[in-house]
Design a protein around this ligand. Structure first.
Ligand code: 13P
Ligand code: ZN
Length: 266
């Protein structure tokens, strides 16, 4: 199998093994590099056209691998051609063709508008380096969203204070969007606005969107955030009597050569 598909499938199943993908929960899109498209071209055997509710002309002609709507991450390695697919965005950015996979009438994830708008936002702020957008339903970060106001400063400080590596992994902080109906254009617009500033955005009472250059980087980002949320909830349950200070966060950022978001420090 093509390496890009192998790597994509591994990430889907890794997320399932973490417990982040109950039933059809979560979805993954990957913007293919030209050489990966060529590598997969022999697979392209169909052309089903679909409309998009949002204008993604900034992605015209781009190829994406997407999980299928209603498909289970758990089943991706067993039958990739039924559970994931490759699409090409139309030249006018108002629809796409399904070129491979998503067999038996499957469609790409219902969160495709959020994924594509997040890709556009992250491509712009990373000079084109971002290729991966990942949505998961990890239990701890979702639980944490019930304990705070939907405020990126509050959330980011909690996460930075809950595990020393956090400020190095996401010095910009993590965004949070208050509850909205998933699967539509409105949540796509709001999420893509936040993901310009933060590499990951929590959906309150739902889950998280993470972005990155590679599968490893994106999975690692969500993994780090989720682990920090788990530590925070455990420490909160046991009773927090002290934490990492703002001064220590500044020293850490300096030592690792990252620009920590000063707006979130006192
Ligand atoms: P899909 O099955 O359409 O990908 O939706 C799952 C999900 O997590 C919605 O937010
Ligand atoms: Zn979801």
């Amino acid at each position: 199998m093509q390496k890009v598909l192998e790597d994509y499938i591994r990430m889907c199943y890794d997320g399932f093994l973490q417990g982040w993908h109950e039933r059809n929960g979560g979805n993954l899109t990957y913007r293919m590099r030209p050489e990966e498209v060529e590598d997969c071209r022999s697979l392209f055997s169909q052309s089903r056209h679909m409309e998009l509710p949002v204008d993604v002309s900034a992605l015209a002609g781009e190829y994406f691998i997407s999980t299928g709507s209603g498909r289970f991450m758990r089943n991706v390695p067993l039958a990739p051609q039924e559970n994931i697919g490759i699409i090409r965005i139309d030249d006018d950015g108002r629809g796409y063709e399904i070129l491979w996979g998503l067999e038996n009438g499957a469609r790409p994830t219902s969160e495709l508008p959020s994924h594509l708008m997040n890709h556009i936002a992250r491509i712009q702020v990373t000079d084109g380096r971002c290729h991966v957008i990942y949505h998961a339903h990890p239990a701890n970060i979702t639980a944490l969203s019930y304990t705070i106001e939907p405020d990126a400063r509050v959330l980011s400080r909690i996460l930075w204070q809950s595990e020393t590596e956090c400020a190095v992994v996401f010095p910009e902080g993590v965004g949070i969007l208050d509850w909205m109906i998933p699967g539509g254009t409105d949540i796509a617009v709001e999420t893509s606005r936040l993901i310009r500033t933060y590499p990951a955005v929590v959906w309150a009472f739902h889950g998280i969107f993470g972005s990155g250059e590679t599968f490893d980087e994106t999975f690692g980002l969500v993994h780090t955030i989720e682990k920090a949320a788990e530590i925070y909830l455990k420490a909160k349950g046991a009773g927090i009597i002290r934490t990492i200070s703002d001064e220590q966060l500044r020293i850490l950022a300096k030592a690792f050569g990252v620009h920590i978001n000063e707006d979130f420090l006192s």
